[in-house]
Design a protein around this ligand. Structure first.
Ligand SMILES: Cc1ncc(COP(=O)(O)O)c(C=O)c1O
Ligand SMILES: N[C@H](C=O)CCC(=O)O
Length: 432
């Protein structure tokens, strides 16, 4: 639990940050605007499942940097890999062996990808899959599901979840009307709406972007048959299916969500966990489609930092940790323990919640309705969430400051951490 409830140094840093950094933060999701304001907590150090802030408070962390830190903070194996890589120079601008090793490792884990290309972020990876799908099909329209977040490229800021939804701008200003007209949105988990839309527009659609397990309006699993129907209908109309597995890859199993459901997309976008904590993205797919990319084909994509040795080394090291036996079983068992404890706390204190969990990721919605799509997630009471979030912080637990985000378990959480967290939830629910 936190050693002190004061966060004076955080307040001072935030005050200063606002003078120099827009909104005081380098990603809007980090601001506390949507949960009633106040200074975000300035972390000084992460170690395993814990964060220590600049005022000396300790927190059990479930943010995990919005997903990437699945092996906990400062994991020794990843740290060693980074030290070794950086001792040989941080950036080459030339090909090097580690990028070949990592490409092979990713392909072995996600067999639908014949070829891959590394980028610097999930945003770039998704943005490029769209470009490639357009180049390959010769079509222009793009379909996405409402409330899913696929990064901050112009096209993907239509009906976007996560940060944009949290801050009330699912359709960002600055995206032109012409761009918005290139994107069609449909509700997640609604096969009929998807089929009807494709019957009307399908012949002009280049690609359908799917978060196969949603992570950006909380954790929402696809209903049985939904992903298969999306694949079948999309292919009937000659369009490509792109799985955005930036959150899901290596989060629920060693590999991707497509393997969990036994469905192959045409292309896959990756990020987060595959960098082991350093900036990264990647995309891959069937050879015929990937060969549309320069220098083989006419679709251009590039990056000065792409495939840099440090990100390759930490990515490989992270996957080496995750491929050890028992990792995902442990994440599931800890997740189940946490879920049971939160449910019991809600019963004890008469707090209405809906809890969605898949293995080591969960979301607590403050609503009595089941959440299978974005409309459902929107019903979660943001004002109650804001109070809950702040009470959890006071009780030494760090969550994402948004009702739309997930709690992420790491390999470093212990049963004792979970029990401490459940005790904190009980104290928070008692005061809500
Ligand atoms: C599913 C999904 N796609 C894409 C992105 C964009 O990735 P990045 O923040 O690395 O640009 C994110 C998160 O930010 C994400 O959750
Ligand atoms: N939910 C987002 C990505 O998954 C959060 C990342 C961000 O907006 O900074």
């Amino acid at each position: 639990m936190s050693t002190s409830s004061t966060r004076k140094q955080s307040d001072v840093l935030y005050e200063e940050a606002q003078t120099h950094i827009v909104g005081g933060v380098n990603s809007p999701s980090r601001s506390f605007k949507a949960i009633g304001g106040g200074a975000p907590v300035y972390m000084e150090r992460g170690e395993g499942a814990y964060f220590y802030d600049v005022d000396g408070n300790r927190y059990i962390d479930y943010l995990a940097a919005y997903g990437p830190i699945i092996t906990g903070h400062a994991h020794p194996h990843i740290h060693r890999a980074l030290m070794e890589a950086s001792s040989k120079g941080l950036l080459y601008g030339t090909p090097h062996a580690l990028e070949v090793d990592f490409a092979k490792k990713l392909k072995a884990a996600i067999p639908s990808m014949d070829k891959v290309r590394f980028t610097n972020s999930g945003t770039e990876a998704v943005m490029t899959t769209i470009r490639v799908s357009r180049a390959y099909t010769g079509r222009e329209l793009v379909v996405k599901f409402s409330g899913c977040y696929h990064g901050h490229s112009d096209l993907m800021l239509i009906a976007a979840g996560s940060g944009p939804a949290t801050l009330g701008s699912p359709d960002s200003a600055g995206v032109t009307r012409a761009t918005a007209k290139e994107v069609i949105t449909v509700p997640f988990n609604d096969v009929e709406a998807f089929r009807n839309m494709m019957n009307e527009w399908g012949e002009q659609v280049a690609c359908v972007l799917v978060e196969p397990i949603v992570g950006n309006f909380g954790i929402v699993e696809p209903k049985p048959g939904f992903l298969q129907a999306v694949n079948d209908i999309t292919h009937e109309h000659g369009a490509l299916v792109i799985y955005d597995e930036v959150i899901t890859a290596f989060r629920f199993t060693y590999g991707s969500a497509q393997q969990v459901y036994g469905i192959e997309p045409d292309m896959t976008a990756l990020g987060k966990v595959i960098g082991g904590g350093l900036p990264i993205g990647a995309y891959g797919g069937k050879a015929e489609i990937m060969e549309t990319v320069a220098p083989l084909g006419p679709a251009y994509q590039a990056g000065t930092m792409a495939g840099n040795p440090a990100s390759m080394a930490t990515g490989i090291a992270c996957l080496e940790v995750l491929e050890q036996p028992g990792v995902y079983e442990k994440l599931d068992a800890l997740g189940a323990r946490l879920e049971a404890g939160i449910r019991e706390a809600a019963n004890t204190h008469g707090v209405t919640i809906t809890l969605n969990r898949l293995k080591g990721a969960l979301t607590v919605y403050f609503t009595d309705e089941i959440v299978t799509d974005y409309d459902g997630a929107e019903k979660s009471d943001g004002e109650v969430f804001g109070r809950f979030f702040k009470l959890m912080l006071e009780n030494g637990v760090n969550l994402a400051p948004s009702k739309y985000e997930a709690w992420f378990l790491t390999t470093e959480h212990t049963e004792q951490d979970i029990d401490e967290t459940i005790a904190a939830v009980n104290r928070a629910f008692a005061e809500l």
